[in-house]
Design a protein around this ligand. Structure first.
Ligand SMILES: Nc1nc2c(ncn2[C@@H]2O[C@H](COP(=O)(O)OP(=O)(O)OP(=O)(O)O)[C@@H](O)[C@H]2O)c(=O)[nH]1
Ligand SMILES: [Mg+2]
Length: 377
């Protein structure tokens, strides 16, 4: 299956809450109305929307009609007997169809706010997004797909500024420190990133800064093998700061392009562990005052609103320069990424959409907004 389609399907899973919520809002208080039906087959619309100019991808889309009903709301609502076109309709290329539309009023605005808050967008962001949607639209009637598009446009606008791949500098070695709470996906993400940079021709080295657990080192070594990059390790229980220092010395010696340092998971309320992280940064700076060039905070999408306090604390301790959100596959909590983008404006370098080595995707605001809202545009 094309990677893009896989990503789209996975992200759509995560959207169900907002997607279904918007359906319910429009149906509640909405009335059927005759509208001109767009004659473009949905599969072509989807392919065009996704910029699938590549013929092979378009064929895949056409031969496997989207199973998600939200991809084709309007067209699916056509009853079979209505499929016959009159001569005039054929010339005009359009038909009338009944679609449920709802007047955008204060009740609807309130319901939208509630839905967005419940989808982890955070109160401030949710209120502002809903208000922007209402602006100039109060009193007008909207179908579900029109509302989804309004919301998708708002989300895309917020996310546009933060979508930035991990910057690569001419400085060698560029040190990338990877931090986050327990189990957020740091080690897996390092494996995925290392593989991508290795494939792009970079000379990558990984350091196993999680020296507390032997299993953590083994896990990283497995990822190192998969990505075909060397993993620098230290004995179990040794000081992670000295491992980081030695790893940087080695990476400098070997003229590596990138040194990625894994760290142990630490909850943001454990001050002792946060201090240890600050020490890793201090020690790295002794070897290279500009290191680490990047500090990536890895966030687990399923933790929802807690991601906000994680960013606050880690940013204070370790000067977080960018975010990667993992586990966006199969969770209804992706909305928190909108809150994070709105609140902190930190770059989002990539998103994790599965456990395999190629399940790390660039962050694409339009795609994300469409997937989160179920908009087919
Ligand atoms: N579904 C899914 N699972 C993921 C993703 N990223 C990581 N995981 C899984 O999440 C679990 C934890 O991942 P790790 O990479 O070990 O997380 P970690 O942050 O290194 O964990 P600690 O070192 O214990 O703090 C593993 O089972 C991973 O396979 C993702 O994008 N999607
Ligand atoms: Mg780990």
């Amino acid at each position: 299956m094309a990677f893009f389609k896989k990503l789209k399907e996975r992200l759509f899973k995560s959207s169900s809450k907002i997607d279904e919520g918007l359906d319910a809002i429009v149906e509640d208080g909405g009335e059927a109305e005759e509208v001109e039906l767009d004659q473009t087959p949905t599969s072509q619309k989807v392919a065009a929307d996704l910029n699938l100019n590549d013929q092979a991808d378009i064929e895949i889309v056409q031969s496997e009609p989207p199973s998600d009903q939200n991809l084709s709301t309007e067209v699916e609502s056509v009853e079979p007997e209505k499929q016959k076109e009159t001569f005039v309709e054929k010339i005009l290329g359009r038909r009338k169809e009944k679609v449920i539309k709802r007047k955008f009023d204060d009740d609807m605005l309130e319901q939208l706010e509630e839905l967005l808050i419940s989808s982890d967008m955070g109160v401030d962001t949710a209120m502002r997004v809903a208000a922007n949607m209402a602006q100039g639209n109060l009193g007008s009637r909207f179908s579900t797909s029109e509302i989804k598009k309004l919301l998708a446009d708002e989300i895309e606008q917020i996310m546009e500024n933060v979508a930035q791949p991990l910057p690569i500098y001419s400085k060698h070695p560029q040190v990338v420190l990877v931090v986050g709470v327990n189990g957020s996906g740091k080690t897996t993400t390092i494996g995925k990133l290392a593989s991508q940079f290795k494939e792009a021709g970079k000379n990558v080295v990984i350091a196993a800064g999680d020296t507390f657990r032997a299993a953590a080192v083994e896990q990283l070594q497995i990822w190192g093998d998969r990505a075909n990059v060397p993993v620098l390790i230290a004995p179990e229980g040794s000081d992670p700061a000295s491992l980081a220092f030695d790893a940087l010395a080695k990476a400098q010696e070997e003229k590596a392009d990138l040194l990625m340092i894994d760290t142990a998971g630490r909850l943001q309320n454990r001050t002792d562990l946060m201090e240890e992280l600050a020490k890793i940064v201090r020690v790295l700076k002794k070897k290279d005052p500009e290191a680490p060039q990047n500090t990536i905070l890895v966030l687990d999408a399923t933790t929802g609103q807690n991601a906000i306090s994680q960013v606050e604390t880690f940013r204070e301790i370790a000067e977080v320069s960018g975010l990667i959100m993992t586990k966006l596959d199969g969770t209804a909590k992706g909305g928190v990424l909108v809150a994070l983008a709105d609140k902190f404006g930190l770059p989002i370098h990539a998103i994790g959409v599965g456990e395999q080595i190629d399940d790390l995707a660039p962050f694409d605001p339009a795609e994300f907004a469409q997937a989160l809202t179920g908009s087919d545009r």
